[in-house]
Design a protein around this ligand. Structure first.
Ligand code: ATP
Length: 617
């Protein structure tokens, strides 16, 4: 497939905000892209590899500037200038190529396959000279690309497509592309000319037999027992149409939940229909997305969300881990689906005999503890192990960890559709506990608010984060924050901090300053960085921030700016962490802007930051 065809669709997608319209555009694309289907599906989601693959192209914006220098001949400063003014390196690439004379453009056409080939191979370049080879690989693509193609090659490489295509949109587009269209029955309409109709059995008498190929019931469709492939249209009642559509979507969603790869799901839907999707199964050693938790502010609110009675767990201050086991082999994946087995070899080794199941997937928290007294150690210390490549044995002695499983996703087959009670009972059956190695989570099943409150106190007293409340009847929804489990954590004090720097935003928000560098006072008239506030800002807030900060800019370097420390904001955050990155030695975890503190001229002191840090322990 020509890459230009895909680029035309990208442009169309980028020009609309309507999800319905995006679904329509994508479904047309998916229906027409033949052999390239799985690549095209991944590309439109801004992916080169399927989500579960532990592969990364490893190109930073800096390296991309070098690749652009090589392919366009422009100097780095000109590229940086274009990047700043366009707000996005992809747009900058387009502008720079437009500046080149027309004759130098390639005669050979860039294809989707060529882009996929070059990008895939980059993940395997290793060792000395690998950066140079990556630059060569991108430059080759850019030399074959037209200006608008170059824009999307750059964005794909950087993983920033900016098309606003979410998982739901892709799921719906696959459903529309590869299943028959769904139409409501119209009284008096002549269906005799239509072939290959699949008709709701409730319409049997109305539609007349001669024109109809086959009938179905919603029940058998739901069970996947209706053969849908090969039909042109599904005819149902007005409200039946919605149900049919939802059932078909559910098959596609199931495919994605267990494979984590819409490329594979699309090909299966196209080639094998419902039959094929139904048979897609979770594969051991291929991680799936973790179910996420909603936040509640009180035990009562928690019960409202998950019902009574509910399971109450300690919420550990550890790391989410998905543990896959097959025979004697164990692999551990993070919530971002990275394989960290090499970072925790002792866990993988010790738990093999403690989990009695040939094939299974456990949802767990890895919790670190002090080797001397067994007391818990916060995530921040544990996180050192996650990045470690060398000296792992020493690390595992210094920061030993215990695995705390809380859910079972697979036991010789998927458990996702079973209720949480069933999953947990099954988990209890296969886990043999050993303190310091593997223990089920601290947990109680109750409807009693005071019992929950007692657990909350104990969890906090142990240095954990709070509690989780879980719906006993719920299925497991990968990747969703559906409220089948909720988290309850104590509310943190806020900090008043001064903005000392910022970054020019990219894409739709270019022209606005964002990613604010926050500072606390050092008590001597200077400010110490405590982190960046980058998420959760609305357009209005960004506009206001830009208006306030622009006159205060004292220095600019690429997209980074330094501003006079005059704007004070009240920041909320989840936690204060130690950090070597910022000059205060601390970093706020997930800071959010609460308000502008126009009533204040100065920021809170480093002493207050330290006090908050200590009060968490
Ligand atoms: P947080 O920063 O509060 O952990 P988050 O965005 O990282 O939030 P959420 O899904 O919102 O993640 O909160 C649930 C997280 O809490 C899980 O991802 C898991 O890592 C952790 N956790 C700790 N103990 C448990 C438990 N008993 N059951 C489920 N999750 C737990």
């Amino acid at each position: 497939m020509d890459y230009s065809e895909l680029v035309a669709v990208y442009e169309e997608l980028g020009s609309t905000r309507s999800n319905l319209e995006k679904t329509r555009i994508l479904s047309e694309l998916f229906s027409s892209c033949g052999q390239s289907l799985s690549t095209v599906v991944r590309f439109s989601m801004g992916r080169v590899f399927s989500a579960w693959k532990d592969e990364d192209i490893g190109i930073s914006s800096k390296l991309m500037v070098k690749a652009l220098k090589k392919s366009t001949g422009a100097s780095e400063s000109r590229i940086t200038e274009a990047w700043k003014s366009e707000g996005d390196l992809g747009e900058a690439a387009q502008k720079l190529l437009e500046g080149k004379t027309q004759q130098t453009f390639a005669v050979k056409k860039l294809t989707v396959e060529k882009v996929a080939e070059n990008l895939s191979e980059m993940a395997f370049f290793e060792g000395s000279g690998s950066q140079g080879r990556k630059i060569d690989s991108i430059s080759e693509l850019l030399s074959l690309a037209s200006p608008s193609e170059a824009k999307y090659v750059v964005r794909t490489v950087l993983g920033k497509m900016r098309l606003g295509v979410g998982e739901g949109t892709v799921r719906d587009a696959i459903t529309d592309s590869f299943f028959p269209s769904i139409e409501a029955f119209e009284e008096g309409k002549d269906y005799s000319g239509d072939e290959k109709l699949l008709v709701d059995e409730r319409l049997e008498e109305k539609i007349g037999y001669n024109s109809v190929i086959s009938f179905f019931s919603l029940d058998s469709l739901e069970k996947g027992e209706t053969y849908v492939k090969g039909f042109d249209k599904i005819i149902s009642t007005e409200e039946g149409c919605k149900k049919v559509k939802n059932i078909l979507k559910r098959f596609v969603q199931h495919g994605y939940d267990v494979t984590n790869d819409f490329g594979e799901v699309a090909t299966t839907a196209r080639d094998e229909g419902i039959e094929g999707l139904k048979q897609l199964e979770m594969t051991i050693f291929r991680p799936i997305n973790a179910m996420l938790a909603k936040k509640v502010d009180s035990i009562e609110e928690g019960f409202e969300e998950v019902g009574k009675p509910a399971a109450i767990d300690f919420k550990y201050d550890g790391m989410r881990a998905q543990v896959h086991k097959k025979g004697g082999e164990v692999k551990i994946f993070t919530r971002r689906l990275d394989d960290v087995t090499n970072q925790f070899p002792e866990v993988a080794e010790k738990i093999v005999d403690l989990i009695e199941c040939d094939e299974c997937i456990l949802d767990c928290e890895i919790v670190a503890y002090d080797p001397d007294d067994g007391s818990m150690v916060p995530f921040q210390k544990l996180s050192k192990r996650i990045k470690r490549k060398y000296g792992i044995d020493k690390m595992s002695e210094e920061i030993p960890v215990e695995l705390r499983p809380f859910d079972l996703l697979n036991r010789e087959g998927s458990m996702l559709k079973k209720s949480y009670s069933e999953r947990f009972n099954s988990l209890e059956e296969i886990v043999s506990e050993e303190k310091g190695v593997l223990r089920l989570v601290d947990r109680a099943v109750t409807s009693d608010v005071s019992e929950v409150s007692g657990m909350q106190q104990r969890s906090l007293a142990e240095g954990q984060e709070g509690i989780m409340m879980k719906n006993l009847d719920a299925v497991y929804k990968p990747g969703s924050r559906v409220g089948y489990m909720v988290k309850l954590k104590p509310v943190m004090e806020t900090l008043d901090l001064v903005i000392i720097g910022a970054e020019w935003s990219e894409g739709r928000r270019s022209g606005w300053l964002g990613s604010l560098v926050l500072g606390c006072s050092d008590g001597e008239g200077d400010y110490l960085e405590v982190g960046r506030l980058a998420t959760g800002l609305t357009d209005e807030q960004l506009e206001e921030i830009t208006e306030r900060l622009k006159p205060l800019i004292v220095e600019e370097d690429g997209r980074d700016v330094v501003v006079k420390p005059e704007v004070v904001v009240e920041a909320e955050f989840e936690e204060v962490q130690k950090s070597p990155t910022y000059s205060s030695g601390y970093a706020l975890r997930f800071p959010r802007l609460k308000t502008f503190r126009d009533d204040k001229e100065d920021a809170d002191s480093i002493e207050k930051v330290e006090r908050l840090y200590k009060s968490q322990r």
